[in-house]
Design a protein around this ligand. Structure first.
Ligand code: SF4
Ligand code: SF4
Length: 168
């Protein structure tokens, strides 16, 4: 009983002292849209890239879909012709979708891609108002012109080779 009488005000004072200490400390939180420092190996928004001549790097091989542990990627391949050439290979992705609700941002798809067509960026602002808009289609993923995704919004890429420090 006596220990309660002494202990309660002591615990209260200790708690208030902790609150007071944090009151004068620099806040740890960052106010949106201020950007926190992002780790250089951050795996954010996917992007489908182009060759310097504008052709798409994706050849519709579906390796990214095969390796995805969440089955978040859907690819349909089309055949290139001389009249309608989309990629340098025999085939291209006529349909390419990633379901960001399913995605666990593991980066396996990027590592599996044989042409370095699929990359991940530093962009983490992916929230949306409905589920349908989080199934992103090729039109949304494909960069407008070669390397444009690197310039837009201060995005930064990484590739498995970059991560190992041996360049692209
Ligand atoms: S990051 Fe991982 S979970 Fe997301 S699409 Fe790629 S392989 Fe699938
Ligand atoms: S993104 Fe890469 S792995 Fe996926 S279908 Fe295109 S070329 Fe193949």
């Amino acid at each position: 009983m006596l220990s309660d009488i002494i202990g309660v005000p002591f615990a209260l004072a200790k708690g208030l002292a902790t609150t007071l200490k944090h009151f004068f400390m620099k806040p740890m939180t960052v106010q949106y849209p201020e950007r926190p420092s992002i780790p250089t190996v951050w795996r954010g928004r996917h992007v489908l890239t182009r060759h310097r001549n504008g052709l798409e790097k994706c050849v519709g091989c579906s390796l990214c879909a095969a390796v995805c542990p969440s089955r978040a990627i859907y690819v349909e391949a089309g055949m290139n012709t001389d009249e309608h050439r989309v990629s340098p290979g025999e085939r291209y992705a006529s349909v390419y979708e990633i379901n960001w609700i399913r995605c666990v941002w593991c980066g396996f798809c990027v590592e599996a891609c044989p042409t370095e067509a699929l990359m991940m960026t530093m962009d983490y602002e992916l929230a949306d108002y409905n589920r349908q808009d989080l199934v992103v289609r090729k039109e949304d993923l494909l960069e407008k012109e070669p390397d444009s995704w690197k310039r837009e919004g201060g995005l930064r890429s990484w590739t498995p080779k970059e991560r190992l420090g041996i360049g692209r």
